[in-house]
Each structure stands twice: as structure tokens, then as C-alpha cells.
Design a protein around this ligand. Structure first.
Ligand code: FMN
Length: 166
């Protein structure tokens, strides 16, 4: 795995998102990974920042709400296809997704959350801010489509501290 710049992979990140990526978090003795399809990439506070959206109902939320880091792993070669399907429909409350999907956590020095070895592009992020969506500030259109059941997202802002690519 080689370290690279965010700018060199940003277009790929945007194009990969609709295919899904694995958001991995660890806090204390709890670790989990789940499929995400939404994220934003940009620059805030003079830092490269990736935001991810996690609904309150996810087991991932229980962990990320106490975590100080997260990683997002993509598979450009499609090798995570099966894992993306399982990790996007099953909960870490019920199964060990690492065991079930044959995923290997890899740790970067100084960051608690590992990335997934079976991916080929990884964004390693330190959480610098989080905010919950305010229902009354959402447009009616988005609220009606995405939040009929009041299961809102919490938005996690991660400073991208390392980008690793195969
Ligand atoms: C393609 C795809 C994209 C998804 N994107 C998100 C997302 O951005 N945020 C989210 O909260 N859930 C998203 N999900 C749903 C979670 O991955 C799913 O509910 C998962 O089972 C939650 O696992 P957990 O309970 O172990 O956290 C997505 C699912 C799929 C299949």
C-alpha cells in the first residue's frame, strides 16, 4: 500500500461512492464496519475533510459516537463486492462482519480505527467535528424521502490524515 495525496484520488472517491465503501470504526474493545454510499470531500479549517453520514439506528453509530477516528475503504477492482452487500444489510450487533466476510483490519500508527486490507484505496480520518441533522432545517423534499421514520443521520467530519492506495 502506497501513501498518496487526496487530490490524486478525489475524482475516484466520488465515482466509487455509488458502488459503496466500507466505513470502519473502533473505540475501546468495539469494532465494526458498514457499507456507506454517501460522503462529501472538501476543505474546511485549512484541512482536507471527508464527512460521512451515520443513522442513529446503526451499530456503527454506537461506536463512532465514542470514537476519535474512522476509515473508509474502497475497492476499485470489485473485490469487496460481497462484503459490501453483507455489511450494508447485516448489523454488527448480530454478526462479526470481519469473520463473516473474511475482512482483515490493518492499523495505522496513532489511529485507533483500522482500514480493511482487502480494499485498494483507503482514507484514514481523525474526527474533528460531528453534528446531528436538525429536522426543521432540512428541505421538505429530502425529509419526506429520506427521513420518514425519523431515523436521522449524524454527520462525522474527518480530517483526512492519510491516503493509501494499491
Ligand atoms: C450501498 C449502501 C449504502 C449505504 N450507505 C449508508 C450511509 O451512508 N449511512 C448509513 O447510515 N447507512 C448506510 N447504509 C446502510 C448500512 O450499511 C446498513 O444499515 C448496515 O447494516 C448497518 O450496519 P451496522 O448496524 O453494523 O452499523 C448503506 C447500505 C448500502 C447497501
Amino acid at each position: 500500500m502506497k501513501e498518496t495525496t487526496l487530490a490524486s484520488v478525489s475524482e475516484e472517491v466520488i465515482n466509487q461512492l455509488p458502488k459503496g465503501a466500507l466505513l470502519t470504526v473502533k473505540s475501546g474493545d468495539k469494532i465494526n464496519t458498514m457499507t456507506i454510499g454517501w460522503a462529501t470531500l472538501g476543505r474546511i479549517w485549512n484541512k482536507p475533510v471527508l464527512t460521512v453520514l451515520v443513522r442513529f439506528s446503526r451499530y456503527t453509530y454506537d461506536i463512532i459516537s465514542k470514537a476519535d477516528s474512522f476509515t473508509v475503504s474502497f475497492s476499485r477492482d470489485g473485490s469487496l463486492k460481497n462484503a459490501l452487500a453483507i455489511c450494508g444489510t447485516k448489523s454488527g450487533r448480530d454478526i462479526d462482519k470481519f469473520k463473516e466476510c473474511g475482512l482483515t483490519p490493518v492499523y495505522v500508527e496513532g489511529i485507533e480505527s483500522p482500514y480493511i486490507a482487502e480494499g485498494d484505496l483507503h482514507l484514514i480520518c481523525k474526527i474533528v467535528y460531528k453534528s446531528t441533522l436538525e429536522p426543521e432545517l432540512l428541505s421538505k423534499e429530502i425529509k419526506d424521502i429520506w427521513y420518514k421514520d425519523n431515523d436521522y443521520h449524524c454527520v462525522y467530519y474527518g480530517e483526512v490524515v492519510k491516503v493509501l492506495s494499491k
